[in-house]
Design a protein around this ligand. Structure first.
Ligand code: SAM
Length: 216
């Protein structure tokens, strides 16, 4: 049922080369992209789409992020084995699998109940076990804070204060911030009480909803 053979591995290796050409250089991120069977997140008929560097609809008006975007955000998170990571916007679960492959302990929260129910059944079936939560991730996950790393995979209007508050000392938040159509990737690093901000390229994410996000 969940086939992952020669053909799929070949397509994955090609995807890794494409990402390298586009500037992804962290070998651990590339190794994780080379391992996670992205085609299992697609219908059988869509195998060719699964390993193109494109976002793809997953239902409920949401998308599985483009592999380049997943790799870019993951690289900026500087994941170390054992890191406690909060992901906001579980979506298909693909990004969570990449983080797990890199040895992180992953807490992932999804606002859309249909996607949440689907992903928490599906990921364990293919061997990935993050901690799943349903709710408004713009408020973070205070009951499990602090986190070494926080990744937001939906476009935010502002940097939610709840998220910077839930960062451990030395922790990193990666979040796309902008308008509903276009966002700049921002990295925030906590150094004691100081937050150090860096800005990177532009991306186009679906909107982050909720209290510190956009109105539904
Ligand atoms: N990380 C996902 C993946 O690997 O497939 C892609 C996520 S998709 C681009 C954005 C997701 O964020 C959607 O599933 C959407 O329902 C979710 N989302 C939007 N606002 C949210 C919020 N306030 N809390 C949690 N999830 C939210």
């Amino acid at each position: 049922m969940f086939e992952d053979g020669y053909k799929q591995r070949g397509l994955r290796n090609k995807l890794v080369k494409i990402l390298q050409k586009k500037g992804i250089s962290d070998p651990r991120v590339l190794a994780a992209i080379g391992k996670v069977p992205r085609h299992l997140f697609f219908d059988n008929a869509l195998l060719e789409h699964a390993y193109q560097d494109k976002a793809f609809p997953i239902g409920e008006g949401q998308t599985i992020s483009q592999p380049y975007t997943v790799a870019f955000q993951t690289e900026k998170l500087e994941i170390k084995p054992g890191d406690k990571v909060l992901e906001i916007g579980t979506g298909s679960g693909y990004q969570a699998c990449i983080l797990l492959e890199m040895g992180a302990k992953v807490y992932t929260i999804e606002y859309n109940r249909v996607l949440y129910e689907r992903v928490r059944l599906f990921l364990p079936q293919i061997g990935y076990r993050p901690y799943f939560f349903h709710g408004d991730g713009s408020k973070g996950l205070p009951s499990k804070a602090p986190f070494d790393k926080i990744i937001v995979t939906a476009g935010a209007p502002i940097i939610p204060t709840a998220l910077t508050e839930q960062l451990a000392d030395g922790g990193i938040l990666v979040i796309p911030v902008g308008n509903r159509e276009r966002q700049t990737m921002i990295r925030i690093r906590r150094k004691g009480d100081t937050l150090v901000k860096e800005e990177f390229d532009n991306f186009a994410f679906v909107p982050l909803l909720g209290k510190e996000g956009w109105e539904g």
